[in-house]
Design a protein around this ligand. Structure first.
Ligand code: FPP
Length: 235
């Protein structure tokens, strides 16, 4: 494993659950359930077999609240089940779970399950799983700006001392930059996912819907990452 190059921070935009379900004559919720089952396998594989340290997942955007109430309700229940029991393998793999996003508008049951998994995993050190829930990259920048402005106003921070590190510390989570983002389903958009952390991110847009995006597909994406020539602005 040691001589194989892996991204340090991998992002996954888990897209295509709805289309996967539609093609099978199922409702959208069945697609999310299949996506969640697939996710558990992928995460277990990643933390056991690769040197990827941080995984960020786009679970639910601030805009996703505009979906049908029945779909939003289903997703909220799915999150509770995942955080309360199904993500057990995360704990076994010594991974710390953190969340990015706004807590407002989330049901109490979801907040409670988020707090429980955060607390249960807070001392884990092998990896980090950052779950973006009720998340928008634009909102993250707005919220960071407000936090920094308050510190300037109360005198605890001088304007001259605002650096990239200070900005990063005031985002929802202080994480390393994203090296590689995979968006499944063939859509070639970023959709407001971790825009501040993506200045030099590499992307892969495989055609596969997320429920079918298995370990073989992930390895193919990682191979494609290894072929990229990352220059970070250098010639
Ligand atoms: C996008 O597909 C997917 C979502 C909005 C939800 C993703 C959530 C899961 C896979 C559940 C597990 C997640 C975590 C991290 C706890 P879509 O519904 O937009 O699909 P479509 O574009 O085909 O309609």
């Amino acid at each position: 494993m040691s001589d194989v190059v892996y991204p340090n921070h991998l992002g996954i935009i888990m897209d295509g659950n709805g289309r996967w379900a539609k093609e099978r004559g199922l409702n959208r919720s069945a697609g999310h359930k299949a996506g969640a089952d697939n996710l558990i396998n992928l995460l277990d594989y990643i933390y056991k077999n690769t040197s990827i340290k941080v995984v960020s997942l786009y679970a639910f955007s601030t805009e996703n609240f505009k979906r049908e109430k029945s779909e939003v309700d289903y997703l909220m229940k799915l999150f509770v089940t995942l955080f309360n029991s199904k993500l057990e393998s995360i704990k076994k793999n010594d991974v710390k779970v953190v969340f990015s996003g706004r807590r407002e508008n989330l049901p109490k049951s979801v907040i409670d399950s988020m707090d429980k998994i955060t607390n249960d995993t807070k001392n884990n050190t092998k990896g980090i799983l950052n779950i973006c829930l009720n998340y928008g990259g634009d909102c993250e920048i707005v919220d960071m700006t407000k936090k920094i402005a308050k510190q300037v106003l109360d005198g605890s921070l001088n304007i001259e001392d605002i650096t990239k590190e200070v900005v990063s510390r005031n985002l929802y989570q202080d994480l390393p930059p994203l090296d590689f983002v995979i968006r499944t389903s063939g859509e070639k958009r970023i959709s407001n996912f971790m825009i501040y952390q993506s200045s030099y991110t590499e992307y892969d847009f495989p055609d596969t819907y997320f429920p079918d995006y298995d370990i073989k597909c992930l390895e193919k994406s990682l191979d494609c990452y290894r072929k990229r020539n990352r220059r970070f602005g250098n010639a």
